[in-house]
Design a protein around this ligand. Structure first.
Ligand code: FAD
Length: 441
C-alpha cells in the first residue's frame, strides 16, 4: 500500500512527487507516455539551430517558484524583446502592445460586476474606426494568448489576468529558459527522492475506485492490466481527461462530489497549433522594420501571431494559432497546416514563396494527443471561482493538481508547479499523524 499515487508526470505531478518524497512519503508516480514533462516537450535535431519547443516556450513575468527551480538547475533565462507589430489592411505597423490595449483595459469591469462572455463585451465596447487596432488586438489576446473561444471566455477571468499584466508590464517581462524548457523537467526529476518515489512510464490509468482513506487505481501498463493501492491519490491529468470529454477518459468511481464536478464544467480546454519553421536563411532580416519585431500579430489570418526567437538571430519562425482557428486547423493534414503557415508568412513578410527557403517544419498535435486533448484551460463565464474549488482536497483522499487547478497562474508552467506543491502541502497536512513509510526496497 503506497502513501500516495500521483497520476501524471508533467511538472505538477513531478513537483508534488518531489515534495512528498522528501517528506518521507512513499509515492508511486504513474505516467501514460514514454516520457516525463507532459505539455513541456522540447525536441532537438541536427537541423534546427535551437531547441524546438513543441509545447511551452515562455516564462511569463518573474514567478518565484519557477525562478527558484531554474536556479537550482543552473538554467539561465534569456529575455524576449517586447517588440510587436500588427498586420492590418495589408501592412505591418509597429505597436506598443499595452498602449494599444489601454482603451480596453480602462473599460474592464470592476471585480464585483456581473460576468459575461468576452465576445459580448467586445461588441459593446470600443465602437468606431479609430479603435480598429485595439479591437483586433483584443481578439488576438483572447484567441491567441488564452487559446480560447471568445464566446466561451469569461470576461472577469480575462480582466483579472489583464489587471496584473496591463498595469505592471514594466515588471512583466517574458523569458525563455536557455537550452530548452525540458531542462526544468530534468531538474525536477533529479530532485526526486528515489528511495521514496517510484516512476512507471507507459502506464495509462483508466479507473480509480475510492473511499475516504483508500484508493484503488486501475491501469494498462504496456498492454497488461495492473491494479495499485494507496491511502491517497493525486490527479494531475489535464482537464478533459478528468472530465471524461473523450476517450481515453479516466473514470473516477464514485464520481467526484458535485462542487468539484460543477467546477470542472465551468472550465474549458483551449486549443492551440504552433508550427516551428526552420529556413535556409532569415529572409525577413533584409527589411529593417520587420527585423526588429519579435512578434507580428495578424488578426485576419488563421495563424494570428508569427514570431522569431529574438534576441537570438537564427533562421527560425514560429507560427501560432489559438482558439477557434486552431480547432479548424487541427482537422487538417500536417502538410496543409505547414502550407497555411507559409501563406501567412508570405503575406506578412512580403515574400512570394517562403516555402523555397524552408528546411524543416515541426509541430505536435495537442488537440488529438490523447493525454492532453488540448493546449491549456480557460474559464467560462460565471466560473471565476472554479479553480479555487478544484484546489481543495476531496474528503482528504483525492487531491487535484495541474495548471487548471491553480487560481493564481493558471494555464502556465508556473501554475502547474504551484498546484503540485500546494496539493502536496495539503496532503502532508492531512496525513501528518500517519507514520512515515520505510523507503522502497
Ligand atoms: C502549445 C503549448 C504552448 C504553451 N506555451 C506555454 C508558455 O509559453 N508558457 C507557459 O508557462 N505555459 C505554456 N503552456 C502551458 C504549459 O505547458 C502547461 O500549463 C503545463 O505544462 C501543464 O503542466 P501539468 O503538469 O499541469 O500538465 P501536463 O504537462 O499535461 O501533465 C499531465 C501528465 O498526465 C499524463 N496523463 C494524462 N492522462 C493520463 C492517464 N490516464 N494516466 C496516466 N498519465 C496520464 C500526461 O501524459 C501528462 O504527462 C503551453 C502549452 C501548450 C500545449
Amino acid at each position: 500500500m503506497w502513501d500516495v499515487i500521483v497520476v501524471g508526470a508533467g511538472v505538477a505531478g513531478l513537483a508534488a512527487a518531489e515534495m512528498l518524497g522528501r517528506a518521507g512519503r512513499s509515492v508511486l508516480l504513474l505516467e501514460a507516455r514514454n516520457r516525463i514533462g507532459g505539455r513541456i516537450y522540447t525536441w532537438r535535431d541536427s537541423i534546427f539551430p535551437i531547441p524546438v519547443e513543441l509545447g511551452a516556450e515562455f516564462v511569463h513575468g518573474r514567478p518565484a517558484v519557477t525562478l527558484r527551480l531554474l536556479r537550482q538547475g543552473g538554467i539561465g533565462l534569456i529575455q524576449v524583446p517586447e517588440t510587436h507589430g500588427l498586420f492590418l489592411d495589408g501592412r505591418v505597423q509597429a505597436i506598443d502592445l499595452v498602449q494599444t490595449l489601454r482603451p480596453l483595459l480602462e473599460q474592464l469591469p470592476a471585480p464585483q460586476a456581473p460576468d459575461c462572455a468576452f465576445s459580448k463585451f467586445l461588441e459593446q465596447t470600443l465602437p468606431g474606426e479609430g479603435m480598429a487596432a485595439t479591437r483586433a488586438l483584443a481578439r488576438i489576446v483572447a484567441e491567441s494568448f488564452e487559446a480560447a473561444d471568445p464566446e466561451q471566455l469569461s470576461l472577469q477571468a480575462l480582466a483579472e489576468d489583464w489587471r496584473v499584466r496591463g498595469n505592471e508590464t514594466a515588471d512583466y517581462p517574458q523569458f525563455r529558459p536557455i537550452g530548452g524548457y525540458d531542462r526544468l523537467v530534468g531538474t525536477l526529476y533529479r530532485r526526486l527522492n528515489l528511495s521514496q518515489v517510484r516512476l512507471h512510464l507507459q502506464t495509462v490509468v483508466t479507473r480509480v475506485r475510492w473511499e475516504p482513506g483508500r484508493v484503488e487505481v486501475h491501469a494498462r501498463q504496456l498492454g497488461q492490466a495492473r491494479v495499485f493501492q494507496a491511502r491517497t491519490l493525486m490527479l494531475t491529468v489535464p482537464l478533459p481527461l478528468l472530465r471524461g470529454d473523450q476517450a481515453p477518459a479516466l473514470h473516477v468511481d464514485p464520481p467526484l462530489p458535485e462542487p468539484w464536478r460543477k467546477a470542472l464544467a465551468q472550465l474549458e480546454m483551449g486549443a492551440a497549433v504552433r508550427v516551428n519553421l526552420c529556413f535556409r536563411e532569415a529572409f525577413w532580416e533584409t527589411q529593417a522594420a520587420l527585423r526588429a519585431l519579435a512578434f507580428i500579430h495578424a488578426p485576419d489570418e488563421s495563424f494570428t501571431t508569427i514570431w522569431q526567437p529574438l534576441p537570438l538571430r537564427v533562421p527560425v519562425l514560429l507560427a501560432w494559432a489559438g482558439g477557434p482557428a486552431a480547432r479548424r486547423l487541427a482537422e487538417w493534414p500536417e502538410e496543409e497546416i505547414v502550407q497555411e503557415a507559409l501563406r501567412t508568412i508570405a503575406r506578412l513578410y512580403g515574400v512570394s514563396d517562403p516555402g523555397c527557403y524552408l528546411v524543416s517544419a515541426r509541430l505536435h498535435d495537442w488537440q488529438r494527443d490523447p493525454f492532453a486533448q488540448g493546449a491549456y484551460s480557460y474559464v467560462r463565464p460565471g466560473g471565476l471561482a472554479a479553480r479555487r474549488v478544484l484546489s481543495q482536497p476531496v474528503h482528504d483522499t483525492i487531491f487535484l493538481a495541474g495548471e487548471a487547478t491553480d487560481p493564481e497562474e493558471p494555464a502556465t508552467v508556473t501554475g502547474a508547479l504551484q498546484s503540485g506543491y500546494r496539493a502536496a502541502r495539503n496532503l502532508l497536512a492531512t496525513v501528518a499523524g500517519v507514520p512515515i513509510t520505510p523507503p522502497i526496497a
